[in-house]
Design a protein around this ligand. Sequence first.
Ligand SMILES: Nc1ncnc2c1ncn2[C@@H]1O[C@H](COP(=O)(O)OP(=O)(O)OP(=O)(O)O)[C@@H](O)[C@H]1O
Ligand SMILES: [Mg+2]
Length: 269
Amino acid sequence: MMEISIGIDLGTTFSAVATVDENGRAVVLKNGLGEPLTPSVVWFGKAEPVVGAEAKEMQEMGEEMVASFFKRNMGDPFFTLEFNGKDYTAKDISAILLKKLKTDAEKALGKPVNKAVITVPAYFNDFQRKATIDAGKEAGLEVLRIINEPTAAAIAFGLNQKVEGQTILVYDLGGGTFDVTLIKITTDEIKVIGTDGDHELGGKNWDDCIVNWVAQQFEDEFGSNPLADNLSINELLVRAENAKKQLSTRDTTRISITHVEKKDDMTYP
Ligand SMILES: Nc1ncnc2c1ncn2[C@@H]1O[C@H](COP(=O)(O)OP(=O)(O)OP(=O)(O)O)[C@@H](O)[C@H]1O
Ligand SMILES: [Mg+2]
């Protein structure tokens, strides 16, 4: 029996796992919660790290022992986060996330999974690629290949199956980065001609803009800024992201916020 391999999109904000079914089609696997996307968030508040939706919820509730957006520091050995007296690099935290994705994939498939292809941004340098491979190994995976995200996107649209070669432009507006990549597809290879983008511009920045705008509206009306309170900020961040998503399909939406000014924040007695 052929051994199953999985493909992993290790995203800044969300990760996804897929495999190829018996008809040769790529199918996204559901995680342990039945969701196709797993938030790339790890919470270190328990004996074993908690990965995904629960970790994201803990972060939204203001928990501080949470790692997110660590893909931005992949391959940087000097970037570490300390949890429970232990230092973690972005590679270490990615390994924890990958381990969870592997376990969930095994549950979905009902078989052990030991091999994976992992995607990385086209701009990732050799250190960042190596760190991704090492994270996979740390998670117990043999990393068959590292594929550029825009290349994977082109394959997903079947663009490599066209007879004539073509040159295409792939836009990827992710959670933390906005990249544009020019790819040349020929019958025997997919080549990245050039890639560029803003690695500090993604959906998260949209969310932050909405949060700031709403907070300002609130302050103009009630004289107190909800950003002064951590709990209000977290609640506002969740509502802002939801509102943003709703506005992709609707013209209007509402955001409600609760903010009670604390006595010691007040200017007047
Ligand atoms: N329906 C929607 N409308 C608008 N934004 C959305 C919608 N659904 C998801 N998003 C936003 O897309 C972003 C996540 O995109 P994606 O999953 O492609 O990122 P990623 O793969 O984690 O990041 P990267 O590719 O930068 O590593 C989040 O900011 C999320 O709020
Ligand atoms: Mg992505």
